[in-house]
Write a protein of this length. Structure first.
Length: 131
């Protein structure tokens, strides 16, 4: 968990188009839970209108801060005025996380644990059952 990764996706343009969003999703394979769903506008990526025959490669950089399991990526381009997919690749790739710390959940919080030394005596506690 936490390893920096990159995924590059190339889109081939077949007709003139603008006003797109490019999505990057991570899905847990066992139950189809959407772990991440991020969208990037064409403006954010510095794209103007696209022309037929043009190829656009979007590189996604990320850290895989998820717990053990099998995941897959879903990437797509969406035409914003109609919210229709104009390109989609699912699965665009697979991710396997092998670790032994977690037993549930999806996020790796990079939690650590340590004993704290103390100069004070530990207080004793007693449990009394009341009947």
């Amino acid at each position: 968990p936490g390893t920096p990764l990159r995924m590059a996706v190339t889109f081939a343009v077949s007709q003139a188009i603008d006003d797109l969003s490019f999505a990057f999703r991570l899905i847990r394979a066992t139950d189809q839970l959407t772990v991440y769903d991020g969208h990037f506008s064409d403006e954010e990526l510095g794209l103007a209108s696209l022309s037929p025959g043009q190829r656009v490669t979007v590189e996604y950089s990320f850290r895989a801060n998820v717990t053990r399991g099998q995941y897959y990526f879903d990437v797509f381009a969406c035409y914003n005025p109609t919210q229709r997919f104009v390109a989609r690749l699912r699965p665009a790739g697979h991710l396997t996380i092998a670790e032994t710390r977690t037993w549930g959940g999806v996020a790796d919080l990079a939690v650590s644990a340590a004993l704290q030394e103390s100069n004070h005596r530990a207080a004793s506690a007693r449990v009394v059952a009341v009947m």
